[in-house]
Design a protein around this ligand. Structure first.
Ligand code: NAG
Ligand code: NAG
Ligand code: NAG
Ligand code: NAG
Length: 536
């Protein structure tokens, strides 16, 4: 925060808004939004309340699958909490929460929109709490339906439209109006940050409505959405053989995960459970094939069928006629087991096909999923949810995009982000040195899906605040404050600083992650120190 300009003097002379700078005045003004905030016919205020720093907050859980949406404990800053219902059509609506801090004027008058996860019907309260503690007015939304499930899409195309982009765009516009109403001032800069589905939302914004955000941060983006939904079931049904019989036990999967680390960890020169560049590792499951007469019980080795499964897991997912559809796993991605060993087909695929694509409740992965179904999904591509356009609108807007992806992401491989970046180089005909002016990509070694991992994974990003012990103090060098510096001071990020933690939450390491196509390079010395690493 040190490098951020403050506007204290400005706030002091803005006599008309002095009421908002005293605690009592702010609280009154906040609760008054119930009467005063009427941006349009579509918007209803559900709650307007002042939340004091340190007070407890209970997540108004809207669906059982949203349990745990607020894990942050207490409120980190004095905020005005506004809950809205905005109808987006005659058959759809979005629930929005805007959290606006009392010290907004002094902290640069920034607005930050948050994203969602999975099938996205849960408001990210932890993100709202954390981002507002940095002085941003921030907003989140349920993306047009409650819960991490696709059931609400059934025969409701307007709800799918909200999910694809409209809920985000609506929430952003209404959130900005709420900010103006509360503080009686225009905001200075607007940001977006999200991971996973939220990463896809960020890319959607960058592709289609970049004018809304000066800086967009898109993590582990689930773009190429239809193929992502299909890929879960491709690997479950065809590569893991419908898990029938289970191809590996959980114990065997853990052994394989450790084997991947054994084969790949040392290539970067440091044995630290972190594979700096999985692209450099030629993982070889065949090295663990049982010799005749040997078994898992006797030698912890794998059968030929198991080795074949493991080999195919790292192969891309190709469709009819050999069309590339989605990347396979990368070495080091073996951090999530549930998909491959679940007795039932991946729920995200089932929900997406049944309710969003086909409106057919009888559709099953077992009976109906094949490569023709995949082609059909790409043909339907509701509301262009694939999110795979180029970035010419973003370039023209002069706004910025920062993407990142954990290199140990067990849900959707970093290779999707690599491929999107390279596709932009080719489609726009711009080398990295030119893309750098508006689009930068940072692979994060040792980070899992959006958060956690063996590496320096905490980068001040979306979906990270609950699990990170250092959240409230250290954000400089992370993605959000690096984006602020890029937008507001014209200083673009060359590296993103990450922090790693011990099992009991102590700071264990710091590392600067390099901007693609540069890679983290060990220079020597204590590998837990930033100074021991460079980019080349
Ligand atoms: C907040 O909740 C915690 C744990 O439930 C409790 O110990 C604490 O007393 C509460 N604080 C306030 C201010 O209500
Ligand atoms: C939001 O508004 C819609 C009508 O536009 C209504 O159907 C829905 O029940 C409302 N939701 C809540 C939580 O108030
Ligand atoms: C694959 O080839 C067949 C026959 O040429 C064609 O009808 C079909 O559209 C192709 N599918 C894709 C996904 O390209
Ligand atoms: C999808 O994108 C294409 C190309 O930009 C556009 O022509 C089409 O109208 C879009 N479809 C929808 C439903 O938004």
């Amino acid at each position: 925060m040190k490098s951020v300009p403050y506007y204290t003097a400005f706030a002091a002379i803005a006599a008309g808004v002095l009421a908002t700078t005293t605690p009592g005045g702010f609280s009154t003004r906040c609760s008054g939004l119930v009467q005063s905030f009427h941006p349009d016919q579509q918007t209803t205020v559900l709650v307007a309340e002042f939340l004091a720093k340190g007070s407890n907050f209970t997540d108004p859980i809207s669906h059982p699958s949203c349990v745990g949406g607020f894990t942050g404990g207490s409120i980190l800053a004095d905020v005005c909490r506004l809950r809205l219902n905005v109808s987006t059509s005659s058959t759809s609506s979005v629930i929005i929460e805007a959290w606006m801090p009392a010290n907004w004027q002094q902290k640069g008058r920034r607005f930050a929109m948050t994203g969602n996860g999975g099938l996205a019907g849960c408001i990210p309260f932890d993100d709202l709490n954390f981002i507002s503690s940095l002085g941003f007015a921030t907003a989140g939304h349920n993306n047009g339906h409650d819960g991490d499930t696709g059931v609400p899409f059934f025969n409701r195309p307007e709800v799918v439209k909200d999910f694809a982009y409209r809920a985000l765009l609506t929430a952003t516009k209404v959130g900005k109006k709420a900010v103006k109403q509360l503080y009686s001032q225009n905001l200075k800069k607007s940001y977006f940050l999200g991971c996973s589905s939220g990463g896809r939302q960020g890319l959607k914004a960058a592709q289609d409505f970049p004018e809304e955000y000066d800086g967009i941060i898109a993590g582990a983006a689930g773009n190429n959405w239809n193929n992502l939904m299909s890929s879960f079931s491709y690997y479950w049904k065809f590569v893991a053989n419908g898990n029938n019989p289970p191809i590996l036990s959980a114990e065997q999967w853990v052994e394989w995960r450790d084997e991947a680390i054994r084969q790949c960890d040392q290539i970067d020169g440091v044995r630290d459970l972190v594979i700096e560049d999985p692209r450099k590792c030629n993982l070889r499951p065949e090295s663990r094939l049982c010799a005749p007469g040997k078994s898992w019980a006797s030698n912890k080795c794998f059968t030929s069928a198991q080795v074949t499964f493991l080999r195919n897991l790292y192969e891309p997912f190709y469709g009819n006629n050999g069309t590339f559809l989605f990347p396979g796993f990368g070495p080091g991605d073996e951090t999530i087991t549930s998909l491959w060993f679940a007795p039932t087909a991946p729920q995200y695929t089932v929900d997406w096909y049944r309710y969003a694509l086909l409106n057919d409740e009888t559709w099953t992965v077992e009976a109906n999923f094949d490569l023709d179904a995949v082609d059909n999904a790409n043909r339907i591509d509701p509301y262009n949810i694939s999110t795979y356009k180029d970035l010419s609108k973003l370039k023209a807007s002069g706004h910025k995009l920062l993407t990142y992806h954990g290199l140990a992401d067990g849900l959707l491989s970093y290779e999707g982000s690599d491929r999107y970046y390279e596709s932009i180089v080719r489609r726009m005909g711009l080398p990295s040195t030119q893309l750098d002016s508006f689009y930068r990509y940072f692979p994060i070694a040792g980070m899992g899906h959006c958060a956690t991992g063996n590496g320096a994974w905490y980068i001040g990003a979306a979906n990270q605040y609950s699990g990170a012990p250092a959240t409230t103090t250290e954000t400089e060098g992370g993605v959000l404050m690096s984006m602020v510096k890029w937008v507001e001071q014209g200083i673009p990020p060359e590296r993103i600083t990450g922090r790693g933690f011990t099992a009991d939450g102590k700071l264990a390491s710091t590392k600067d992650h390099c901007k693609w196509p540069l890679q983290n390079k060990y220079l020597g010395g204590n590998p837990n120190r930033r100074s021991s690493w460079g980019c080349s």
